[in-house]
Design a protein around this ligand. Structure first.
Ligand code: DAH
Length: 348
């Protein structure tokens, strides 16, 4: 009877007629109550055995039928891969994801690897190891989100916070991966701030190069090449302006040339400058804090806001819109899945 059932509905009918509430086996089970103990024991055991056998037969027939159905579907169903996509049905890549892909491609081609670190950090990685002494005013500029104290880990260095910059991973990369190292870090960063150019969560891209005999010429060449590749302007003017960061000495900010006419902004040779990132030669104290001799190893580092450089390249005016999940915004500023990094501007 079970073998004769050749579709899932008939199998279910067999199951109901044998094992269901009003099924034959169920009815026989009910007669057990009227038997004397000895008879009940032997008949009960035999009935249970029968019940298990029927259930196993049903399960295996069911499995065979499902397998057969699947094989039939696989044999007949084909996907026409030459069919063109329907753009109105297609999802978009968020501009932040697109920019991070572009950054990975550009720095990857220069030989940088990608490193990661946690969003929840401690005071030591976020500040102290990066040469922000306790009480240093630069700490206050970061509008840090602190987490409640952990009773198991006390002391200033263990204080937990949401990382305010990706520079934390400079320390982790040097300590955990060793030197020489040439890496970028991309990820979320957090500061308690909110207006047209600030959101409490934003993304940064950090770079770190440590080796013997690294000098400022390497820093300049690397960042000039990066700016030209990212903004896709071959003769892009790039200027290095002295600045201050506790973890670099000397420090600089990098500006690119632009022109502003009729309320529009054009990147390239022009009368104006736009700041795109911070950088510098890694401070000897930072190298020392990671356990290396700054006389032997030197290097450079840089850090930039991913949203900022995305807004500049693609003309997105308000930072807050990145995180509003407005589907119309994403349709307008998003990228098609097959857009290759750094060819993106041609498709807009
Ligand atoms: N961490 C800095 C910030 O959030 C950016 C930065 C500046 C990173 C200079 C660096 C650097 O690695 O060398 O403002």
């Amino acid at each position: 009877m079970v073998e004769a059932a050749n579709d899932l509905d008939s199998i279910e009918a067999v199951r109901v007629s044998a094992l269901g509430k009003k099924g034959k086996i169920t009815a026989l089970m009910k007669t057990l109550g009227g038997m004397d103990p000895e008879e009940r024991k032997t008949t009960g055991a035999a009935l249970n055995l029968l019940k298990d056998e029927i259930a196993a037969l049903i399960a295996s027939q069911e499995y065979a039928l499902k397998k057969q159905a699947l094989e039939q579907r696989l044999a007949t169903e084909t996907i026409d891969v030459s069919l063109s996509a329907r753009p109105e049905k297609q999802g978009k890549i968020h501009p932040i994801s697109q920019t991070m892909e572009e950054l990975t491609t550009i720095f990857g081609s220069m030989g940088f690897i990608v490193s990661e670190g946690p969003d929840i950090e401690d005071d030591w990685h976020n500040f102290t190891a990066l040469n922000f002494p306790p009480g240093h005013p630069a700490r206050e500029m970061h509008d840090t989100f602190y987490l409640p104290d952990d009773p198991d880990e006390t002391g200033e260095a263990a204080k937990k916070l949401l990382r305010t910059h990706t520079s934390t991973v400079q320390i982790r990369a040097m300590v955990e991966q060793g030197v020489p190292i040439k890496t970028i870090v991309m990820g979320r960063t957090y500061r308690s701030d909110y207006d047209i150019t600030h959101t409490p969560m934003f993304h940064q891209c950090e770079g770190l190069v440590i080796d013997k005999d690294i000098h400022m010429g390497h820093l300049k060449g690397c960042l000039q090449d990066f700016a030209k590749a990212y903004f896709e302007v071959d003769d892009l003017p790039v200027q290095f302006r002295p600045s201050f960061f506790p973890f670099t000495e000397p420090s600089a900010e990098v500006d690119i040339g632009c022109s502003r006419k009729d309320g529009g902004l054009k990147i390239g040779a022009g009368e104006d400058w736009l700041e795109i990132l911070g950088c510098g030669m890694v401070h000897p104290n930072v190298i020392k804090n990671c356990g290396y001799d700054p006389e032997e190893y030197q290097g450079f580092a840089f850090g930039m806001g991913v949203e900022r450089i995305t807004m500049l390249k693609y003309g997105i005016p308000d930072l807050r819109t990145f995180f509003e999940s407005d589907i119309r915004w994403l349709q307008h500023y998003g990228f098609d899945p097959l857009d290759r990094p750094n060819r993106a501007t041609g498709t807009k």
